[in-house]
Design a binder for this molecule. Structure first.
Ligand SMILES: Nc1ncnc2c1ncn2[C@@H]1O[C@H](COP(=O)(O)OP(=O)(O)OP(=O)(O)O)[C@@H](O)[C@H]1O
Length: 287
């Protein structure tokens, strides 16, 4: 079994980023997930290419986390095919595959007081705690500094995990996830619980990151359209485990399709690249 190449630039000429002609980094075909006799996902078809940044949107219980777990090689489908970085789930060592994915888990199980820099460096070994028998290479140390800078947490580099704000933790985990140069970044509700400034700083960091790494692809799960970075290119709308729509963001993020997804009349507007959603029919105070 060969190892997926984590450094696309080393594998010769590639098609331009974000174009459907390129090999997909992720592909699902006819995917069902059934647990305890219940369909959590049904008939999911999806292809994600280099340079594409997908929003995965849907109401509570729609199946977003279930789908993200498949895309991150954390679980397997009941039926259908999932190819991650060209490898079919069920035929590949998923631990090896996961090492090439940047998966940002908001419930990162770290309790020791590592500094931001130390947490970012644990991304090089895909461990929670530092490997005490392994010193980071100069290249890893330099990459960690660059990522800390991109994510705008240089001032906090010496701060300890236990004292970080939720926003600083989120950005630290994204920098950590990027340490092994993954081709794909999976983000599960990265803006949940952030105040306005922290959310805006996080979204700016994601835009900058995507600009600096044009071949990177990402999937970002959220319930809130306001939490989508401007650089979002595609969207998948899920309701009750089924796809309502999937494709380029301007075709999918429409008043009609988002209303159908959330089963409520919602009006979508896009202003300066960002989205807002409001209930379309509002009652007046006298009603
Ligand atoms: N192991 C399981 N067995 C049975 N049902 C499950 C299991 N895991 C999740 N579910 C159910 O599957 C449905 C989809 O869950 P999932 O967490 O994927 O939704 P979600 O879209 O991420 O929701 P939220 O927005 O609330 O996080 C939910 O109704 C959940 O209760």
């Amino acid at each position: 079994m060969s190892t997926p190449d984590p450094h696309p630039s080393s594998s010769g000429p590639r098609p331009p980023a974000g174009q459907a002609g390129a090999e997909p980094l992720l592909r699902t075909r006819g995917v069902d997930v059934v647990r305890d006799g219940r369909h959590l996902l049904r008939g999911i078809d999806l292809a994600i290419h280099p340079g594409e940044h997908w929003a995965l949107l849907g109401p509570n219980g729609a199946g977003k986390s279930t789908l993200l777990a498949l895309l991150g090689a954390v679980s397997h489908p009941t039926r259908g095919e999932v190819d991650v970085l060209g490898r079919r789930l069920g035929r590949v060592d998923v631990r090896e595959l996961r090492a090439h994915l940047g998966h940002v888990n908001p419930r990162h199980p770290l309790h020791s007081p590592l500094t931001v820099r130390e947490v970012v460096l644990t991304g090089a070994t895909s461990t929670i705690e530092p490997d005490l028998y392994r010193k980071p290479s100069p290249e890893e140390a330099e990459r960690a500094e660059r990522l800390i800078d991109t994510l705008g947490i240089t001032a906090a580099a010496e701060s300890r995990w236990t004292t970080l704000s939720q926003g600083e933790r989120g950005r630290t985990l994204i920098a950590r996830a990027l340490m092994p140069s993954p081709r794909l970044l999976l983000l599960d509700e990265p803006a949940t619980g952030l105040d306005l400034t922290a959310r805006e700083v996080l979204l700016d960091s994601l835009d900058l990151l995507r600009h600096q790494h044009p071949e990177l692809a990402s999937v970002l799960v959220t319930h809130h359209l306001e939490e989508l970075p401007e650089s979002t290119t595609h969207a998948l709308l899920l309701r009750g485990g089924e796809t309502v729509a999937a494709g380029p963001v301007d075709e999918v993020m429409t008043t009609e399709l988002v209303s159908a997804t959330f089963e409520h009349p919602i009006r979508i507007t896009r202003h300066e690249g960002r989205w807002t959603a409001r209930a379309a029919a509002r009652r007046t105070p006298r009603d």
